[in-house]
Each structure stands twice: as structure tokens, then as C-alpha cells.
Design a protein around this ligand. Structure first.
Ligand SMILES: Cc1cn([C@H]2C[C@H](O)[C@@H](COP(=O)(O)OP(=O)(O)O[C@H]3O[C@@H](C)C(=O)[C@@H](O)[C@H]3O)O2)c(=O)[nH]c1=O
Length: 186
């Protein structure tokens, strides 16, 4: 497993090892020891997946404190444009986005620290996206920002989105409760 920090501190792209043979593929998406070695969260509380068709956009979502959480996102089937926006007040990248091209073929994941909004757009005919999150789903703490309010270069202006996702506040209207804790070095 290789891990690269993106321009957003604490947000990583992870390249998994893909074993391929005449039967197909074998990919391990999480290994406690390796995550500990990289100082990444290892206590995940829930795992879930969604199946979406082309042109669907889900997001941009997050849970606010005290139910905020780390997300580990992996595209099991198909191809997505994954995006995060830094909502941590005081972060050097506050308000900025980063995108990742997650595909079944590459076998890559995104590790998203608490305090980032997350969403993705489906590039393939269908995509299956699986997540691990470090706190359980708490609908009363679930919030979002409008998908097109953070300058993310989505491939379309007219994605297929849920009613809920069309009604979030824009990034500029959102009062962030997240505070950036810079990593401390001894
Ligand atoms: C996220 C979630 C949803 N649900 C329910 C609520 C609803 O009835 C149904 C679909 O929920 P949503 O419309 O919120 O699903 P979706 O828009 O796919 O939400 C997901 O979007 C991406 C971008 C993320 O980052 C995820 O963490 C999650 O927020 O599933 C749960 O029961 N548990 C959960 O953890």
C-alpha cells in the first residue's frame, strides 16, 4: 500500500496492492497495522456502499462535531471523480477543493479526515463505491454544502442529484464548526 498526502493536509490518496490472476483480482482495502504505521485512523464504526449510474453526483456531505468522522472511500466497480472540500477553519487549504480519479482498474482509495466535505460524480455506466467511517451515521448531525459552490471542476453542469443535495447551503453561506488542528512534531 502506498499513501500520498494531497494538497489538503491529512487527506491522502492510497494505492492498494492489486493481485491479479486467471480468476480475477484480489485487493485488500484496509490493514490495521499499515494504517497505524502511517498514523491514520484505524477505528472504523460502519461500512456501507452505494451503487449509482452515470451522471449521478452524491454530496457534498459531512457530519458535524461531535459526530464528525474520518472516511475511507474506495470505488469497487466503475470509475468516479471524487472530491473533497476543506471546511476546517484555520487550515492552510480552508475552502479549497481536491479531486481524485478513483477507478476499479487502478485500485486506489481516498482517506478523508474529519472536517472535509465529500462528494463524487459517476463517470462510468455504473459505479459501486464503498466507505468506512469512524463514527456511526447520525442524521441529526449530517450536513452538506451545495455541490457547485466550491469551484470543483465537475464534468457537467447538470448532474443527477437527490432533492436533499440540491438544497444545501453554498460554501460561502456555510458557518463551519470545524477547527484545524495542525499536526504537532516533537
Ligand atoms: C449515509 C447514510 C444514509 N442512510 C440512509 C438515509 C437515506 O434514506 C438513504 C440514502 O442516504 P443519502 O441520500 O444520504 O445517501 P448518499 O447521498 O449516497 O450519502 C453519501 O454521500 C457520500 C458523498 C458520502 O460521503 C457518504 O458519507 C454519504 O453521505 O440511506 C443510512 O441509513 N445510513 C447512512 O450512513
Amino acid at each position: 500500500m502506498n499513501c500520498w498526502e494531497s494538497k489538503i493536509p491529512g487527506c491522502y490518496e492510497i494505492q492498494l496492492r492489486v493481485f491479479q490472476d486467471h480468476r480475477g483480482k484480489f485487493v485488500k482495502t484496509f490493514h490495521q497495522g499499515i494504517f497505524e504505521d502511517q498514523n491514520l485512523e484505524t477505528q472504523f464504526s460502519e461500512t456501507y456502499y452505494s451503487i449509482s449510474s452515470k451522471n449521478v453526483l452524491r454530496g457534498l456531505h459531512f457530519q458535524v462535531p461531535p459526530k464528525d468522522h474520518v472516511k475511507l472511500v474506495h470505488c469497487l466497480q466503475g470509475e468516479i471523480l471524487d472530491a473533497v472540500v476543506d471546511l476546517r477553519v484555520g487550515a492552510p487549504t480552508y475552502g479549497q477543493y481536491e479531486t481524485f480519479h478513483l477507478t476499479e482498474d487502478k485500485g486506489n482509495s481516498v482517506y478523508i479526515p474529519a472536517g472535509l466535505a465529500h462528494g463524487f460524480y459517476i463517470l462510468s455506466e455504473q459505479a459501486v463505491v464503498i466507505y468506512q467511517v469512524s463514527t456511526v451515521y447520525a442524521p441529526q448531525y449530517e450536513q452538506g454544502i451545495l455541490w457547485d459552490s466550491a469551484n470543483i471542476p465537475w464534468p457537467t453542469d447538470n448532474p443527477n442529484i437527490s432533492g436533499k443535495d440540491s438544497n444545501w447551503k453554498s460554501l460561502s453561506e456555510f458557518k463551519s464548526p470545524f477547527v484545524y488542528n495542525a499536526p504537532s512534531f516533537v
